[in-house]
Ligand binder design. Sequence first.
Ligand SMILES: N[C@@H](Cc1ccc(O)cc1)C(=O)O
Length: 434
Amino acid sequence: MSNSELTTATPANDPSFENVWDELVWRGLVHVSTDPEALRALLAGPAITYYCGFDPTAPSLHLGNLVQLLTMRRLQLAGHRPLGLVGGSTGLIGDPRPTAERTLNTRETVGEWVARLRAQIERFLSFEGDSAARMVNNLDWTAPMSAIDFLREIGKHYRVGTMLKKDAVAARLNSDAGISYTEFSYQILQGMDYLELYRQYGCVLQTGGSDQWGNLTSGTDLIHRVEGTSVHAIGTPLITNSDGTKFGKSEGNAIWLDAEMCSPYRMYQFWLGTADADVIDRLKVFTFLTRAEIEEYAALVEAEPFRRAAQKRLALEVCATVHGTEATAAVIAASEALFGQGDLSTLDAATLRSALDELPNAEVAAGSTVVEALVATGLVASVSEARRAIGQGGVSLDGVRVEDEAATVQGSLPGGVSVLRRGKKTLAGLFVGA
Ligand SMILES: N[C@@H](Cc1ccc(O)cc1)C(=O)O
């Protein structure tokens, strides 16, 4: 498939909604908020400035963060001004997890990750026009502050009793791990960010995951106390799978937005694997398809679930949003050539290699026999089984049926790989060395 044939939804608000708040609610993006009535009016009115922060806890953002990035985008498309915050300071402290203390990363590492995250966030926002986004780093206002100033000017507004009741803190207090003073202070830093952005840019809304509610209200409370103004927060829901498994992981690994850490092929397959029971919710949260379009997919899931039309569209949309249409077209071509029809020899080498990474695979030397390769990839349990499979005409190499037991593997596909198929559906990849 050439990318000109790829049709993806144009990022836009759905005009069938009266305002963006109603659309966010319909998409299931509002789990908790400061004041629904006030927010609805605020978001329907003149442009406001809002922010969402991302901590450099890894070299890349992941699918959980994508919910926030797309929510930011939806608000910007409605005419509001985003501030994308990277946590240069908060990343040095660590937002308390319910389980255990985080290990402190070096300033160098945090600095590198800040730069990488900033570049990822920028791709989801527009830096032009009336609602142009701005990137900020909380290290800029936190680093110059002395401990004395922090305690006198900010700390004085915080009641320890209230801080102890925040979910993240309470969970840790009740665990054996306990909590360090460092992580306990985190909520104050995030609160201070909101105050700073309120003062500097008139920011009146912070969005975040619902697990951030304690940190979000830390800011709204602080601003209320110091400035006497009521500002807002929206907590988006935690995305959960209907079967109880954790969303956003495949075989225990996070789905990263960075193509080096998680190939576009892998991301595409991840979305393709979405359960029927979840796929409509995912389309609402992760795509710019309109309500009418999503309702059509809901009908298709009901009527002909085996076609997996909704999953295919979801995979296409999200993969294109994150990796672009060109990479997505390459991924779709690879999936089709591997699992349906299509010419393996015309695939993009890098995409083919990452596709084979997701299959049973083995490294073999050029000139190895197909029998050896079948055994190495685990497609068969023994040499005799391999011979039998070939004898029955059930094995193909690079799309061509293997007739001869002595046939060898040369890695003739792009990127020096080969593909073995046993029976109709069982595939394995061969990385063929010299
Ligand atoms: N605490 C947020 C990141 C963040 C950091 C600073 C902020 O001001 C806002 C948000 C998280 O862990 O996801």
